[in-house]
Write a protein that binds this ligand. Sequence first.
Ligand SMILES: Cc1ncc(COP(=O)(O)O)c(C=O)c1O
Length: 347
Amino acid sequence: MIELRSDTKSQPTPAMREAIAYAVVGDEQRREDPTVLRLERSGAELLGQEEAVFLPTATMANEIALRVLGRPGDEVIAEENSHIFIAELGGPAVHAGLMARPLPSVGGRFTAAQVRRAFRPGDSTHVSRTRIVSVENTHNASGGRIWPPSELRAVVATCRELGIDLHLDGARLLNAAVALGTPARELASPFDTVTLCLSKGLGCPLGALIAGSDERMAEARRLKHQFGGAMRQAGIVAAAGVYALEHHFDRLAEDHTRARRLGEGLLEAGLPIDLDAVETNFVQVDVGALGLTSQDALRRLAGEGVGLSATIHPNVLRAVTHLDVTDEAVEQAIELIPKALGVLVRA
Ligand SMILES: Cc1ncc(COP(=O)(O)O)c(C=O)c1O
């Protein structure tokens, strides 16, 4: 099968498996695992933050970040289809007691003016305080879209002026950094807390980092224990992260080139693709415009041996490129997807 469902589906490479096999490990809970410590140090430097904490998943990183920044009854502003609002089972309410303040967006990006309008300073009797703004970069539900640095700066400046803390769900931040040609630290350092996922484009079997100030990360480490995420010889998996940051970061550009080629090929074959929206490693296909439901389309695609996945948008599918998607697989997908969806390839 041509696996385009998600960049989480990639398999660890032989070289990554070798790094895992020979990892020097210790008791991570006691901060005695040299490989975890090394990963945390390089993650913090990469993201321009004082400290980073290794975690099993990006969901846990987001939830701990919101808990570090928020107090029960506070509001968190985020884009209406952001991962923290639509894919973490209400975690912000469960773990941090936060009220969700969803904003509509274009391509996953809200504006500084929207934040200013939505902001509530709070009062002592009735009104919740807007405590956190969470930005997702790249933005999953809009198809891996990037926040232009100028828009990011404007939102950050407004939050600072209003006294709102900032979380960055940068599960795919390195895709944004590579696509923009901007150092990751420039995109991440203005935030109070940052999530980075290691098991998406970076190709690790699992793992994520949360980064921030020493003080906030001391609290994140405490919460990591409380969430049950403090591990033992975790260097076994952190070794994959160390390897990925050294070898799989720059190569994300290949995933982006392949996604663009896929988008162009499918558009040429007559599929409704918005090429302008292909900014990183996602291609969204509006199968509704072909008179198909997502379920019909996925069944037909599976029959031709191609895996795409549904999105939050009715009858819009996505194809995601990653480490295991080769140029040949992309060319095959350009043949098979239109065939599966009943679109005639133009001669
Ligand atoms: C933007 C974003 N944040 C967080 C996550 C959560 O990652 P994990 O599945 O590792 O918890 C995802 C996963 O798809 C994501 O797309």
